[in-house]
Design a protein around this ligand. Structure first.
Ligand code: NDP
Length: 332
């Protein structure tokens, strides 16, 4: 793979210009380009510039509203619904998160349900932002079916990611963010593009047989959940929270509605915040730090989120797939 070095601000500019060229106003283009450039900064490459052609496709087809103005409604004193106005998820999150932070720090717990949005990003952006405001963050979203429930050979679940972030007073938060499939479809697509194999059993081919060929999984095959029936139960929970509770589309409904333009389908997101200060009490940070000390004292253990936070220290350029850069430039 040929790569080109791009400074972080040039990554942002490239994303911003591509989105603006296809109808996004400043508020929408800035929200998405910021998320994309932060993904590249942290080494979350499957949710960085790689997603721009899909974002643009959904603007071109008019599936996504590039001038969205999401709005908040308080359902209860600490349950807020964001009406996403058919825009990209980072825009709705930008509008809803400050209210979630406010109400959760006041009441100890808060829920944000985001509806009528199009999610194509990693979820650590939102959970980490909650942790940076002294809150525990949990977020999940469903997507079009590409994952078979335990026992099945046909997809019903999306890759349904879930993220959890724990705040730390004198350190970067502990954050995990993972698809409930064996791999995120974005990673499978990147592996297919770059000619790499994936671990055997990541998914099934179109004949229902286990394979290590990412192209066979991405084209007519199906992903499996991590941990067999246990991961399948978590993927089901995500469907129920992000669609059943939020009141938005289940993965199978998103597929029925989507125009298959290559961009993100419509759906919802469930976000929850909890205040350790109000729930656990004053000593919560010292207590959790003792646990992290025990954990990291074990040989071979690192805390989730650490890889990204280490990448973030590097302020220099990032190596981006040259073909991808040319493809995005051709969209501007
Ligand atoms: P990974 O398997 O790469 O990583 C999952 C998590 O495990 C990360 O938090 C990672 O932390 C952590 N981790 C990895 N290795 C270790 C280790 N050795 N020790 C401790 N922790 C570790 O992620 P996925 O491929 O499952 O998902 C990638 C992204 O795709 C996610 O950000 C997810 O939100 C996104 N996604 C989005 C979808 C959408 O519809 N919007 C759909 C599906 C996925 P670290 O980052 O520090 O390595």
């Amino acid at each position: 793979m040929n790569t080109t070095a791009l400074e972080l601000e040039n990554i942002y500019d490239l994303a911003y210009k591509a989105l603006s060229a296809h109808g996004c106003d400043h508020f929408n283009a800035d929200s998405v380009a910021t998320t994309v450039s932060h993904a590249e900064r942290d080494g979350s490459v499957s949710h960085g510039l790689f997603r721009i052609p899909g974002y643009v496709a959904s603007l071109k087809s008019k599936k996504v509203n590039g001038v969205s103005r999401p709005s908040n409604t308080y359902l209860t004193q600490n349950a807020i619904r964001v009406e996403g106005d058919y825009g990209f998820a980072p825009v709705g999150i930008k509008v809803g998160l400050p209210e979630l932070i406010k109400t959760s720090n006041k009441h100890g717990v808060g829920v944000l349900t985001i509806t009528n949005t199009h999610h194509f990003a990693a979820l650590w952006h939102e959970t980490e932002a909650l942790a940076e405001n002294n809150l525990i963050g949990i977020a999940c979203t469903a997507y079009k079916p590409s994952v078979a429930p335990a026992g099945a050979k046909k997809p019903l679940f999306g890759t349904n990611p879930i993220s959890f972030a724990w705040p730390r007073k004198n350190n970067t938060p502990v954050v995990y963010d993972m698809a409930t499939s064996t791999m995120a479809m974005g990673e499978v697509q990147v592996a297919a593009r770059d000619g790499h194999k994936v671990p055997f059993g990541t998914g099934l081919n179109k004949d229902g047989e286990k394979t290590d060929n990412p192209s066979e999984i991405a084209n007519g095959g199906v992903l499996l959940t991590f941990g067999d029936y246990k991961g399948s139960a978590i993927a089901m929970m995500i469907e129920l929270l992000a669609a059943g509770l939020v009141g938005d589309l289940f993965s199978f409904e998103a597929k029925e509605e989507d125009n298959n333009d290559g961009g993100p389908a419509r759906g919802g997101e469930f976000i929850m915040a909890l205040s350790p200060e109000l729930i656990a009490g004053k000593n919560w940070n010292e207590h959790a730090e003792k646990f992290f000390e025990q954990m990291t004292s074990l040989d071979g253990v690192r805390l989730p989120g650490q890889r990204r936070h280490t990448n973030r220290q590097d302020k220099g350029p990032r190596q981006i797939n040259s073909e991808l850069i040319e493809k995005i430039k051709s969209l501007i």
